[in-house]
Design a protein around this ligand. Structure first.
Ligand code: SF4
Length: 274
């Protein structure tokens, strides 16, 4: 079982990337479980054709952990992808990881934490106190940083990198950095900037996803690009990402090296055309 996690700043397009990645992986006849961990609980929406599924944390609050059945938290979406939303507290407050840990424990108890690939879609903002929890607990084994060339997105990616580096010092660590995914914001020199960022943190750029109007069109049609526009160039890009992720075997001894703030600023400045 491959347990991958996409981390990145809120609004960067993590859920879109995760859902399209899951959809592309499901085309390979793999069994996929996608778990969203974000107070917005919209990670799996496009896989569920626009349906907002109940969150584990809400159900735990309402019914108590002992009274929840598996079909109340795991929902079958596009191409048989199993979808779960951890939920969370009020947006921006953070839950110190309670949401995601309660979800893992419950899924384990209900024997529902299985599949060929588990895709975690985790908010990596500094506002979220518990974002390192899935890594610490050994659930997020291969982490992909989703960023654009936007400074704050790189800042968030660098913070997540700090968490991985810190955890790597622990003997029982099972979490590695799989690479950086650039979800383009159409910023000038973005490819070069994010590529250099990835190298500077001792990793690599594994995918560059161009900005495409088909993403929005698919979303208003409540579908992933893979489902709505399977023949499009953008769908091919997500399939390529799925191939890359499946082939990727990150070196567990390669520890990321987060950048210092002034280094990160200088890097961004290098590519900004004034
Ligand atoms: S750990 Fe963060 S992202 Fe996860 S449920 Fe808690 S607040 Fe949400």
């Amino acid at each position: 079982m491959k347990q991958i996690a996409l981390y990145g700043k809120g609004g960067i397009g993590k859920s879109t990337t995760s859902a399209n990645l899951s959809a592309a992986l499901s085309e390979k006849s793999l069994e996929i479980l996608q778990i969203g961990c974000d107070p917005k609980h919209d990670s799996t929406r496009m896989l569920m054709h626009g349906e907002w599924i109940p969150t584990v944390l809400d159900l735990v609050r309402k019914k108590g952990e002992a009274n929840i059945a598996v079909d109340e938290i795991v929902f079958k979406g596009y191409n048989g992808i199993r979808c779960v939303e951890a939920g969370g507290p009020e947006p921006g407050i953070g839950c110190a990881g309670r949401g995601i840990i309660a979800t893992f424990q419950l899924l384990e108890k209900l024997d529902a934490l299985y599949g060929d690939v588990i895709v975690y879609d985790v908010l990596g903002d500094v506002v979220c106190g518990g974002f390192a929890m899935p890594m610490r607990e050994g659930y997020a084994q291969e982490v992909y940083l989703v960023t654009s060339g936007d400074f704050m997105a790189l800042y968030a990616a660098n913070n997540i990198c700090k968490a991985i580096a810190r955890l790597s010092k622990r003997t029982k660590n099972r979490c590695t950095l799989g690479g950086v995914i650039c979800n383009s914001a159409n910023i000038e020199n973005e490819y070069e900037l994010v590529k250099e960022f990835a190298e500077k943190i001792n990793s690599k750029l594994v995918a560059f996803i161009p900005r495409s109007p088909i993403v929005r069109v698919s979303e208003v049609n409540r579908k992933t690009v893979i489902e709505y526009a399977p023949e499009s160039e953008q769908a091919e890009i997500y399939r390529k990402l799925a191939d890359t992720v499946m082939k990727n075997v990150p070196d567990k001894n390669k520890i990321p090296v987060p950048m210092e703030m002034d280094e990160l600023e200088s890097l961004s400045l290098k590519y900004i055309k004034i």
